[in-house]
Design a protein. Structure first.
Length: 273
């Protein structure tokens, strides 16, 4: 069940990252546009849960998530501006579970030997794949991974411990992000108006982003956050395959070894969780 959710999320996540990389748009104004497109549906969801009196602590927890996700989105845009897609994506997705697993030990205890072996296999695979294109996004990918680990840990706590509900959680995060970026971009209205020309490119990203993370949040309600974080490294394999098919990036023997190690590590963690 959890592996199926994470596989579907991986396709959505890798897809919107690829669209972000190839969109030709950079900067927080494009993130703002994506948030604006998803905002009407988010408002409907919020009104529905508010009328039913079911928001509870969800909106408070989601505001923290919004800040962490906004930082992640802006850093990701910066990374893709100059970094290679495979380099940034592989390192950011592969390093995240290592950070999360280590950071979660004080709360959930150390994972089993099988899970540790899975984490090691994932890390090995990412390092191997990074050798395919050294220096073309590694450090930027680590910066993205730090942001990703931050929101993963908080969201896991909000869903599993605070009992936040998935749909209003995503809705508050989206509306909050739109409000914050609107304030930040207010002095740059000319750039904000200009980005409306890219609305066709933004629509699929605006749809795939909440879809991918909604599936992850459901997985977090069924499995420990460290397990979900490692499972999400399936994105690495799918992202590299999309890079091969769409961007015509070269798939070397070294990259195949790295992809195999990542998939094997994810399966070890999923079975051992």
């Amino acid at each position: 069940m959890v592996l199926g959710l994470l596989t579907a999320a991986a396709f959505c996540h890798a897809g919107w990252n690829l669209l972000m990389k190839t969109s030709g748009e950079q900067g927080p104004q494009f993130v703002w546009l994506c948030a604006a497109i998803a905002a009407p549906l988010s408002v409907v969801v919020l009104v529905w849960y508010f009328v039913r009196g079911e928001l509870g602590v969800t909106w408070q927890a989601a505001l923290v998530s919004m800040l962490l996700h906004t930082a992640y989105s802006v850093v990701l845009q910066w990374a893709y501006k100059t970094g290679d897609f495979s380099g940034v994506y592989s390192v950011s997705r592969g390093a995240t579970p290592v950070i999360v697993t280590l950071a979660a030990i004080p709360w959930i205890g150390g994972p089993s030997l099988q899970v540790w072996c899975g984490v090691a296999a994932v890390l090995f695979g990412v390092l191997v794949m990074d050798r395919v294109a050294p220096g073309r996004g590694s450090l930027k990918g680590l910066a993205v991974a730090a942001c990703s680990a931050g929101y993963t840990l908080w969201d896991g706590y909000a869903i599993a411990s605070l009992g936040a509900q998935t749909l209003p959680y995503l809705a508050v995060t989206n509306v909050g992000q739109l409000a914050v970026l609107t304030l930040v971009l207010a002095p740059r209205r000319r750039l904000t108006r200009a980005v409306f020309a890219s609305w066709r490119r933004a629509i699929p990203i605006a749809l795939l982003t909440p879809a991918s993370y909604g599936l992850v949040l459901v997985a977090m309600s069924l499995s420990p956050v460290s397990t979900v974080a490692v499972g999400r490294t399936l994105n690495v394999a799918i992202g590299n395959l999309l890079g091969l098919a769409v961007l015509r990036e070269r798939l070397t023997r070294t990259a195949v070894v790295g992809l195999t190690a990542v998939v094997a590590g994810v399966l070890l963690v999923s079975i051992g969780a």
